[in-house]
Design a protein around this ligand. Sequence first.
Ligand code: FES
Ligand SMILES: [Fe+2]
Length: 444
Amino acid sequence: MSEEELTEFNSFNKAEQATLKSPINENIDDKVSHETSLKPSNQLKAGLLGWYAAASSNAIKAGDIYHFSMYNEPLVLYRDKDSIVKCIKDLCPHRGASFIDGQIKQGELVCPYHGARYSSQGECTNLDRITCSHIVDTNYDNYAKKIHLSQYPCVEKNGYIYIYYTGKSKTNLNEFEIKEPLENTLAESYGFKTSEYEFEEVTVDFKADWARIIENHLDILHIFWVHGDTIPDKDVSKNVITSFDQSIKRESRQIQSKYNHKDKNKGEFITIKFIPPGRVVIYKGEEETSRYVQVLDHVPLAENRARVIVRHYRRFMKNKLFTRIFLFKNLQHQVFYKVFSEDYMILKTQTFNQQMGYVEKDNVKLLGEDKMVQYYWDWLNNALSKENPWDLHPTNEHTNAVHKDMRMLYPPENPKLAIQNKRTIIFKVARRILIPIILILLFV
Ligand code: FES
Ligand SMILES: [Fe+2]
């Protein structure tokens, strides 16, 4: 693909920001916005409507109904009889019930209200009568033909469930006009050979603005300050002064920022890619050979509600027995949960400030190292001005909130999972220490 690129080199010193005395680059906001408006070729092609990694394959179990939402619109994922994942609007076309507490029978979705049953094509199968058998509807077959589930295109690939979200579900999937190919979203099409890695994965829920969470994951600056004590890297700490050179570029498919240590012996620190509308990839080195790749997918559940699927791919610690012995998965999850908890209050309050209109140009001043964030907001504002998904399913203060909190399944909003994970670690470690001690005592 021929892409006109804008590459800029930016240099900054962590020491300056750590002391909070760095000179504020007051021009960056104007400068970057200006460039963007003058050069549309520097804009990312994809807008906010398009392909989203909406769930991990692991979360969609045969026989279960997975509830989530996109931009306030409640949706359902389930596996049909051939294990193919379907994305359905959470609305029964008989009388408008949700599929919450519904069932999957032989791979068919069954409504909890009157038992309407739908094939994987979304047709009422007429196998179970909607009404009880004593209610006679002579025109039943004709009626059943008319009702049909409304859907979105859905593809399962590389362990993710991708949906093509337009905000307007359809009964006939062939009627969707797919503007951007799914390939533009896949990490693999950027050179990552994910099949060569093992990965750990968690899903986390936030009561915060979706876009603010993406911004957080594009923000190198806060990593040292907020996560410095948690991330096991001696170069990432509140107390370590680190200097970087930044090279940042905007292409039609991605924004990419590469950070190199100023100390040439240390080389690259990290590279961050934003792949619209909801994916962030963080890695070190070349895409093809990186030892470690982090992929974060952001699902805009509703206003003030977002889900993040975090996957850490690694080329090391690939031996399954070895990782099991060292409780690698549980320990990794503990780190993930802690990192996201550290961000949580900041994201919630920053969301509030944004909604109150406080995060305006005159109130905030971006630093040179915020350029990635600035480019992201350029894209977002441009995308919102063209097609704003939040306008498609608006809610207000009178809207029943039944769906909102039900979706907050994962930490940090639901801390039970993190506590449970911690208990599992303690239990397994205790068992491994105690059992040999007991055995030794018995023999002595
Ligand atoms: S509302 Fe679903 S079967 Fe009646
Ligand atoms: Fe963070």
